[in-house]
Ligand binder design. Structure first.
Ligand code: SAM
Length: 413
């Protein structure tokens, strides 16, 4: 026990409750993963009140385990419990978050990220002690598959319908046909969505993680757009010069050991009048303004994933996942761009009216992940835009509901 001279009892109780809430969230993540992988949520979705036996039968699971799991879920407000009939129900809003894999607020895959963080704890301990980095590909595989699956729905909801139209003239160029680079493409969900929407353009995904590129190729083939996309193993500062009309950085710039070199390479390989789209987790410029549950999540993931990866690449400039607009703009300024702006600003709020999020501005300052596209222009006139991630905004919607957020959403980086 620490020797603390004076204890404010109310503050102690509030903080202990908060810490226990976070601990509970960690346990809940295991329950969410089980419910998702065993098909329990899907067995309940749209079915109304069901007994434990009915749910177990539908999911082909053992009733006793299912009964205990249901009580854990009901205690946490993840499902409704009807005492009179001793039945359980997955409400439509809960189904959007837990059962509908195409919903923009589908959460279960995200739990793979904290699972990988726990699994890799020994590497993090070693990194803290030695100052050495941990590369993205050194992590447990649940990191890449969890983050890719989780972000996929955000890209589906926003990339083609909202983010690209927010960029001046880019949709027209994509329709006419341009070369597009998706730098640090991961599993290629962003590349694939653009390829599906713009058949006249040609897409190039680059990443340093061979396993992710294999997945990206498989995804493109399954979506029947493999003939429009080339994937190649390449660093953000050495991919081939394709005179790209659009260069995208989706949730990767802050992972890089030398983001300025990546921005310089983008400036070199952009076609005249080309655009850079930068998507980064929302953050304010100063730590004091980032003390929110969403930032807690990002700083946490950043500690063991993003920062560790950037250090593994030499750590010339380690931005972290909460870099803020000023530091991001500085990266592009250093690379020779002269204009940087937000191209859009909005906040996602999950509603009960179906699968489409509405777009309203956050009312509170603390958990206000907005989209904040920015642009920078080189003397040759490429424009860089940054759209903050809708996943952050989704997280903020949850934060407003008062649910413990720490382990819920991943930040990849
Ligand atoms: C957070 S993931 C983002 C993946 C994808 N853009 C998305 O939004 O789902 C970061 C990706 O950047 C890749 N990456 C890391 N360092 C890189 C570098 N120097 N050059 C290219 N890709 C890199 C990682 O392998 C990983 O796939």
């Amino acid at each position: 026990m620490l020797d603390i001279p004076k204890i404010d009892q109310a503050r102690l109780e509030a903080f202990a409750a908060r810490a226990i809430g976070d601990l509970t969230a960690g346990y809940t993540g295991v329950m969410v993963s089980l419910g998702s992988k065993l098909g329990l949520y899907k067995a309940m979705a749209g079915a109304g009140p069901l007994s434990a036996k009915e749910i177990a039968t539908r999911a082909d699971c053992s009733e006793r385990y299912v009964a205990e799991w249901l009580n854990a879920q009901a205690a946490g407000g993840y499902i409704a419990y009807h005492g009179v009939s001793n039945t359980y129900e997955l409400l439509p809003e809960q189904a959007m978050v837990l059962a509908d894999e195409d919903s923009p607020v589908y959460v279960p895959h995200a739990w793979n990220v904290p699972a990988s963080m726990w699994f890799d704890e020994a590497k993090s301990l070693e990194a803290f002690r030695t100052g050495k980095g941990v590369a993205w590909g050194e992590h447990d595989g649940r990191l890449s598959c969890g983050s890719a699956a989780f972000y996929r729905n955000g890209y589906r909801a926003a990339l083609v319908p909202q983010w690209l139209p927010a960029l001046d003239g880019v949709v027209d160029q994509l329709e006419a046909g341009i070369a597009v680079a998706d730098v640090g493409c991961g599993y290629g969900h962003s590349t694939l969505l653009m390829a599906q929407a713009f058949p006249n353009s040609r897409f190039h995904g680059f990443d340093t993680h061979p396993g992710s590129l294999d997945e990206a190729r498989r995804n493109a083939e399954a979506a029947r757009v493999a003939d429009r996309i080339d994937y190649a193993l390449a660093r953000a500062d050495d991919y081939t010069d394709g005179q790209y009309g659009l260069i995208c950085f989706f949730d990767i710039l802050h992972d890089l050991g030398d983001p300025v070199a990546a921005a310089r390479h983008a400036a070199r390989t952009l076609a005249p009048g080309g655009t850079v789209l930068l998507v980064e987790p929302f953050a304010h410029d100063h730590v004091k303004d980032n003390l929110s549950p969403v930032a807690q999540l990002y700083y946490s993931a950043s500690t063991v994933i993003c920062t560790a990866h950037a250090i593994s690449e030499g750590g010339q400039m380690v931005l972290g996942a909460q870099a803020g607009q000023a530091r991001l703009a500085e990266v592009f300024r250093k690379a020779g761009f002269t204009h940087f702006r937000r191209a859009a600003a909005r906040t996602l709020r999950c509603t009960a009216q179906g699968h489409r999020p509405d777009t309203i501005r956050h009312r509170t300052r603390r958990a206000r992940p907005d989209d904040h596209p920015r642009s920078l222009t080189t003397p040759a006139d490429p424009t860089i835009r940054d759209v903050a991630r809708r996943k952050t905004r989704a997280a903020s919607a949850f934060a407003r509901e008062g649910r413990a957020m720490t382990p819920v959403f991943p930040s990849t980086t």
